[in-house]
Design a protein around this ligand. Structure first.
Ligand code: ATP
Length: 363
């Protein structure tokens, strides 16, 4: 049976439970078929609907499940009509990120042949790069507590040595793993604004120190404004990009746009011990309860989880299954016969997930 890994499952709000069910089913099937690893799943109640019922958005018991688990799978949380008493939104995923110091937001951007994209893709080109967004400091440091007087408003941008060193170490290791897996050229780009802000010159210096430790990878720098231009003009040239929190927030939505929308955009928030895997989209209350949600962003996030567990625990079977699951989704999308409405088709959530299972076990 191999090593057992416990997965904490936050099924969340809105479309969350609809996309979590089929994703966990697929993972169970893969785990059952493997003799090199086993996955167990523990539900962790949290979110806006849970808050409305119990007055708690992230109960301590769920936090404990998250802390002790080997990985955390999360769909989406928050509902427009459910708010804290002070009017702010309920977003336990941000609380988790802070509590578990998940400093690396990993956003893969892929556009395969046949996939819908607003770009005119040159013949034979595909997009396959990873954007890494620092997720605990930067311009989000004073989030919610900036100073506003009648004539002035101030927020603070914080870059620390501690987090930056961890971020860059993680980034170069990820680039090396991609290269080893035959997926990238081993190029790491630091995206900043070092020509204007001293804080970014400091960020860049620490990047350069880490780069020197990886002579087998290539490292360069780009200003964030130029990066936005190149993400539209020649995104196929990128391999791994690493940047500050706010820049990453903006560029990752541009990345989702290149992928033809949110329904195919997975993500991970990774720290030294814990990691959360969740789709980039929100709880989509406008389509919740109708069986219309695209499950692929969540299934692709689950594939990232298998990859991460495989690397962390040196388990080639998990790594192989992560790749197999990602390719199964890509095959279903490229095939085009079973697509949800957001991708131009008419299939429901269950049909789209069943097509992935077929691609894994029948085809
Ligand atoms: P948040 O602020 O919580 O990230 P949001 O306001 O950006 O959320 P989403 O919940 O991501 O909004 O929804 C944005 C739009 O995309 C909605 O019209 C929603 O129906 C659609 N959408 C989001 N996720 C999916 C999905 N998995 N399948 C189909 N449509 C989706």
């Amino acid at each position: 049976m191999g090593t057992t890994f416990e997965i904490a499952v936050f099924e969340g709000d809105g479309i969350g439970p609809e996309i979590t069910g089929p994703t966990v089913d697929i993972l169970r099937r893969m785990s059952d078929a493997s003799d090199a690893y086993a996955l167990t799943f523990t539900d962790a109640p949290a979110g806006a609907a849970h808050y409305a019922k119990t007055g708690e958005s992230l109960p301590e018991a769920s936090m404990d499940i998250a802390r002790r688990s080997d990985a955390i799978l999360l769909s989406a949380m928050g509902l427009p009509e459910v708010r804290y008493a002070d009017g702010t939104e309920i977003s336990p995923q941000i609380d988790l990120r802070k509590a578990l110091t998940l400093f690396a937001g990993v956003r893969p951007v892929t556009v395969r042949a046949g996939q819908n994209t607003p770009l005119n893709m040159p013949e034979g080109k595909e997009i396959d790069f990873v954007l890494i967004r620092e997720s605990t400091e930067g311009l989000f440091y004073t989030q919610g507590s900036g100073e506003v007087t009648e004539n002035e408003a101030r927020e603070t941008l914080l870059i620390t040595r501690d987090i930056s060193e961890k971020l860059f170490k993680f980034t170069f290791e990820l680039a090396q793993n991609r290269k080893n897996a035959g997926r990238g050229t081993g190029r790491v780009t630091c995206v900043d604004k070092a020509n204007v802000f001293r804080a970014f010159a400091f960020f860049r210096e620490m990047f350069d120190v880490e780069a020197k430790r990886h002579p087998e990878l290539s490292a360069d720098h780009a200003y964030v404004d130029a990066t936005a231009l190149w993400m539209v003009q020649k995104p196929w040239d990128f391999d791994v990009l690493v940047t500050e929190n706010m820049f990453g927030d903006i560029l990752s939505d541009l990345g989702a746009g290149l992928m033809g929308g949110l329904g195919l955009a997975p993500s991970a928030d990774i720290g030294l011990e814990n990691a959360v895997f969740q789709p980039c989209h929100g709880s989509a209350p406008d389509i919740a309860g109708q069986g219309l949600a695209n499950p692929h962003a969540m299934i692709l996030s689950a594939a990232m989880m298998l990859d991460w567990l495989g690397i962390k625990h040196d388990n080639p079977a998990l790594l192989a299954d992560g790749k197999r699951l990602r390719e199964a989704v890509e095959n279903v999308v490229a095939d085009g016969r079973v697509l949800t409405r957001d991708l131009g088709g008419s299939a429901g959530t269950q049909d789209a997930a069943a097509a992935v299972l077929d691609s894994l076990f029948v085809a």
